[in-house]
Design a protein around this ligand. Structure first.
Ligand code: PRX
Length: 657
């Protein structure tokens, strides 16, 4: 080896040789589980030492003294970007393609690990020249782009905590997030291209920054995606390419503590505003790498494609960090599955020879609908022989969608890994393993080794197999979120509730284990969180947006099953004025729906809005959501309504457009 970045930076390399990190059989799976049970800390320690590159090796594994604010490998130091990029420059993989990017219009660009490293280094140097440094916070509001990954990696390289905000969120949602993290810089794009359309991006940042309390932002860095006309604030705004130009191709990776916050990602809870879920550096990265290898059984020649957006946790762990730390070649796609037609995903798999394809049930269902509807475009018309493994994420996959995916995309030869996890868990938790676990459509099967999952009742006692209960994780694991940004108490009460004894991580999902096999099936959220097209939405968030409209006196939002989006948002609204007649109702509903789109983002728009003189309430004024759920689904009300103050209201709310 010549003078390596390892030596230059005094880094203690992990052994890049293959430590036992594939699970070739169920016997091996149970052996790993046993190992974790018998020596929990030793199990994690071994992987952390072998798989991560440390500037300062850790001596402590797990610190539980301030539970549930667990710390892992806390006296170790490392850098996430170094682990994702530099390590591959040393092990002969510098020229391996890291990202093959396909634009909305179909243009393809490639970048190798060497090129990506240089691009990240130049941009990191540029950020430094603007005075940004370790401990600062950056908000990234960007479309799917290599530059988005570069922005995340450059922040990680300097120890700047990033918070990526999905570029479909409204100015108001973006504003809330950049105020909460006190961002010093916003990294964005001029515009974005999706489905053949050009959509504004920078204009939304300008609007967000025009709202009160955004003074912490000193710079707005703009990736030139379309070159379209945008407003410009001299002194504050800079082009991304100009920030990087002339900067050196190398940039020392800032060593940070294992517990240093790598990122905050906002997600919806059942109450209040979205929560800033904060992840650590070492624990998060370790699990990103381990799950890339275990769940996807990643091999050097694989072409991995995760269709998520970098604005969600799946895009963080399985685009921006996991595939890179694992040294994979990945495909990244800018656009939507339906453009220019519903064969786009199959076309991408065919032309890039994708071997591992990871997508969401909602995308599968919409593609089933379009391909089975007219029969014109169907996966059978494409050569999908490169595929060897399929994945599903974000919501329960219904068995019919599973079977279609298995038959028409996987040609009955590719296993499907139905991966259950959450923003808070950082990576997969419960998932089949390819080739080893038997597959049951709709079941996530078994927890990965080291993940101690159980199903309990409301008092925290384990329930027998076959009985539904709450999914919990009984021991902390390295990639568990560390806290809720600026609200540690909410972290404690949301995830480690006293009702369950204060020590169990409460996922918020219902679960049942098979009577005989013990396989886990997730039955969906048990709180007021909706899952629309795999996106988490809090019903209270949408209710708050609705009541912020001057026409609305009161609103209640529930989910109802939807054949394509999994759940659809149904809102019951009481106006300040009289209940509208049919014609006005349609107009006001459309108005309120776009209002919610502007307040939160288009993904939060209710599909169904109904008006009543009141909402079904108990005598003490509590809204009976269970009744609303039945009404939303169009079901007969069979529940006991004797506690209702105003039973006549049910009739009014039944009517749908
Ligand atoms: O309800 C579960 C559902 O998505 C929730 C987590 O959403 P989010 O934090 O946005 O992360 C999505 C990507 C990991 C969970 O509480 N969920 C996720 N994956 C599955 C799932 N439900 C059933 N099966 C899954 N495979």
């Amino acid at each position: 080896m010549d003078s390596t970045p390892h030596q230059e930076q005094g880094i203690q390399p992990g052994s890049d040789t293959d430590v036992a990190i594939s699970i070739p059989s169920m016997e091996a799976y149970y052996a790993f589980c046993k190992e974790a049970e018998e020596d929990y800390e030793g199990f994690w320690e071994r992987y952390a030492r072998q798989l991560l590159h440390w500037t300062q090796p850790f001596t402590k594994v797990l610190n539980e003294s301030d539970a549930p604010f667990y710390k892992w490998f806390e006296d170790g130091k490392l850098n996430a970007s170094y682990n994702c990029l530099d390590r591959h420059l040393l092990n002969g993989n510098a020229d391996k393609i890291a990202i093959r990017f396909e634009s909305d219009r179909g243009e393809v660009t490639h970048c190798s690990y060497r090129e990506l490293h240089a691009q990240v280094c130049r941009f990191a140097n540029g950020l430094k020249s603007l005075g940004l440094k370790k401990g600062d916070r950056a908000v990234i509001y960007m479309p799917m782009s290599v530059e988005g990954v570069v922005a995340m990696q450059a922040c990680a390289r300097l120890g700047i905590m990033h918070s990526v905000v999905f570029a479909g969120f409204s100015a108001k949602s973006l504003h809330e997030r950049l105020v909460d993290v006190e961002a010093k810089v916003v990294i964005t794009a001029d515009e974005q291209m999706r489905g053949g359309r050009i959509l504004p991006v920078k204009a939304i940042v300008d609007e967000a920054l025009g709202l009160a309390d955004s003074q912490t932002v000193e710079n707005v860095i703009v990736y030139r995606r379309t070159g379209g006309d945008i407003a410009w604030t001299p002194g504050r705004d800079r082009w991304m390419d100009e920030v990087s130009i002339g900067q050196p191709d190398s940039c020392p990776a800032e060593p940070v503590s294992a517990e240093h916050p790598l990122f905050v990602l906002y997600t919806s809870g059942s109450t209040g505003k979205p929560k800033g879920v904060q992840h650590s550096t070492a624990g998060y990265l370790l699990w990103a790498l381990m799950t890339m290898r275990w769940t996807f059984d990643l091999k050097p020649d694989d072409v991995f494609w995760c269709t998520a957006d970098i604005g969600w946790v799946t895009g963080h762990t399985y685009i921006a960090y996991g595939p890179l730390i694992a040294g994979a070649t990945q495909v990244m796609y800018e656009g939507v599955p339906s453009y220019p037609n519903s064969g786009r995903f199959w076309d991408i798999i065919q032309s890039h020879k994708v071997s591992i394809f990871y997508t969401a049930p909602t995308a599968i269902r919409s593609l089933i609908k379009s391909s089975e509807a007219d029969g014109q475009i169907h996966p059978r018309q494409y050569d999908l022989s490169s595929l060897r493994l399929l994945g599903s994420v974000g919501e329960p996959i219904n068995p019919e969608a599973w079977r279609w995916y298995h038959k028409h995309v996987g040609k009955e030869r590719c296993p499907i890994v139905d991966t259950f996890w959450q923003t808070e868990t950082g990576g997969h938790m419960i998932t089949p393993l390819p080739v080893t676990t038997p597959l049951v459509p709709g079941s996530c099967m078994l927890p990965l080794p080291g993940i101690m999952a159980a199903v309990v009742d409301e008092a925290g006692h384990e329930v027998p197999n076959g009985q539904a209960g709450l999914l919990v994780i009984t021991r902390p694991w390295p990639s568990l979120a560390r806290t809720i940004w600026r609200d540690p108490e909410r972290f404690r009460t949301s995830y480690f509730p006293q009702a369950l004894g204060g020590k169990l991580y409460l996922a918020g999902d219902g679960c049942v284990r098979d009577k005989e096999t013990g396989y886990f099936t997730i039955t969906g959220r048990v709180d007021d969180v909706l899952n629309v097209s795999g996106h988490r939405m809090g019903s209270t968030e949408i209710e708050s947006a609705l009541v912020a409209n001057s026409l609305v006196a009161e609103a209640a939002v529930v989910g109802r099953p939807d054949a394509v989006t999994g759940e659809a948002i149904c809102a019951f609204v009481v106006l300040k004025g009289p209940r509208p007649g049919a014609e006005d109702a349609a107009r006001i509903a459309a108005e309120l729906s776009s209002w919610v789109g502007r307040e939160i983002g288009p993904i939060a728009k209710p599909k169904d809005i109904r008006f009543g003189d009141n909402l079904p309430k108990t005598r003490s004024g509590k809204i009976m959501r269970r009744l609303l759920r039945s009404l939303a689904e169009g079901k007969e009300i069979t529940q006991d309504t004797s506690a209702l103050e105003n039973p006549a209201i049910l009739e009014q709310l039944k009517s749908t457009k």
